[in-house]
Design a protein around this ligand. Sequence first.
Ligand SMILES: [Zn+2]
Length: 184
Amino acid sequence: MDKLLKDAELIKLLDKVDTELAGERYAKGCAYCFNKLHVGDYPRKPRGVEAWDKRYSFTCSKCRKRNTPPSVRYLGRRVYAGVVVILLSAMMHGPNTKGIGVLRDALGVDLRTLKRWRRWWLEVFVNTPFWKAGRGQFMPVVDELLMPHGLVGKFVADSREGLIKLMFFLAPITTLLTERTDAM
Ligand SMILES: [Zn+2]
């Protein structure tokens, strides 16, 4: 898993996907009034991935509302990159509990943060309309008590391609998370 977080190609590909998601948002115009959008990116350097420095976003030229596209890099307003949140959270339920300590130290994630992430997966994520609508596509069902470990397994997200697919699957929730004020 720690290899994945240092995979320059993965880091580049995730940014490319975010650029495309932002392009789609821009092309559609404002989600509220359909007028033209202006670039209004947020400067955001997520911990765990040094190469990224902004979350793509727009503001409407007419109604001024924020239009933030979904993201495969940022999971809401968390200070860590989405891939870090997912891989470390998944490892808490995996067989490699020794590896998690090493990775946690390397990334500077304290235990309290990690426990907060786990609680979010087990108590908040599994109850989101997004997950309730989407979980039916997985057979056999994903064990919700072992989130997000089960999802990482389904997407074979310990590989570059699988991880990109998982981040893409989760991208719709990142927009909802951004609109809320709770930073994690
Ligand atoms: Zn507008």
